[in-house]
Design a protein around this ligand. Structure first.
Ligand SMILES: *Cc1c(COP(=O)(O)O)cnc(C)c1O
Length: 228
């Protein structure tokens, strides 16, 4: 199937699930990591404007390729090392994986003044895995408070990559914990409107638990090839 047909199908699924669970305005982030600019061009031609990338150098080349398209929105969704913050601050519109104040402070200083504030999601380690990415839920409010004081960043919400589960009831345990954290954040801060969760295999459960942005790669662009 073509990229435009895949996109149409996913939009239809999002629409159906949203009606079922009384949700609206669920956005689709097209995860284009490892995919060539031609694939992104096809998605853009089909009306997709928001793209997620994981690898800074690869992403910057693509963003520069599309420099004349100022309607596109680029989200950094990979782990970020402090020596790469400047590239993210310079080129991206969003970063979804902030989990340390030090990274946020560097992004704040490095964000070019002529650009709008960088939109930030705090990544939560919701399945309590050994994984290095994401903060513990108890750390959310103090980190959010610190980020909210940085003028070149705009805190928009939360992101999570829960441990993969095959059954929706199991998926919903972590996803609905995220929904509670999101509500707590919204109660404390203005402008919190984005809960980024849900991938190809848990999209329905994520929308049921209040996701406002699903991140889909394979189902749009096909399987990724990491061989080179
Ligand atoms: C790669 C990736 C996705 C997309 O995964 P697919 O299984 O290809 O849909 C979503 N979120 C993050 C953070 C990713 O790294």
């Amino acid at each position: 199937m073509s990229i435009s047909m895949n996109l149409a199908q996913i939009h239809q699924q999002i629409q159906q699930i949203s009606v079922q669970y009384h949700r609206s305005n669920v956005r689709l982030l097209a995860v284009s990591k490892t995919k060539p600019v031609q694939a992104i061009e096809e998605a853009v031609a089909a009306g997709q404007t928001a793209f997620g990338e994981n690898y800074v150098q690869e992403a910057v080349e693509k963003i520069e390729y599309f420099a004349n398209r100022n309607d596109l929105e680029w989200h950094f969704i990979g782990p970020l090392q402090s020596n790469k913050t400047k590239l993210v601050a310079t080129h991206f519109d969003w970063i979804q994986t902030v989990d340390r104040l030090k990274i946020a402070e560097r992004l704040n200083v490095q964000r070019p003044q002529e650009k709008a504030p960088l939109n930030v999601l705090i990544q939560i380690n919701i399945s309590d895995e050994e994984s290095k990415s994401g903060i513990e839920p108890e750390e959310m409010l103090p980190l959010a408070k610190a980020i909210s004081q940085l003028p070149n960043l705009k805190l928009r919400g939360l992101m999570a990559i829960p441990k993969p589960e095959s059954e929706p009831e199991q998926q919903k345990i972590a996803l609905c914990k995220m929904q509670q954290l999101f509500h707590r954040l919204q109660a404390e801060f203005d402008g919190i409107d984005t809960l980024s969760m849900g991938m190809s295999d848990d999209m329905a459960a994520a929308i049921e638990c209040g996701s406002t942005m699903v991140r889909i790669g394979t189902a749009i662009f096909g399987a990724r090839d990491y061989s080179h």
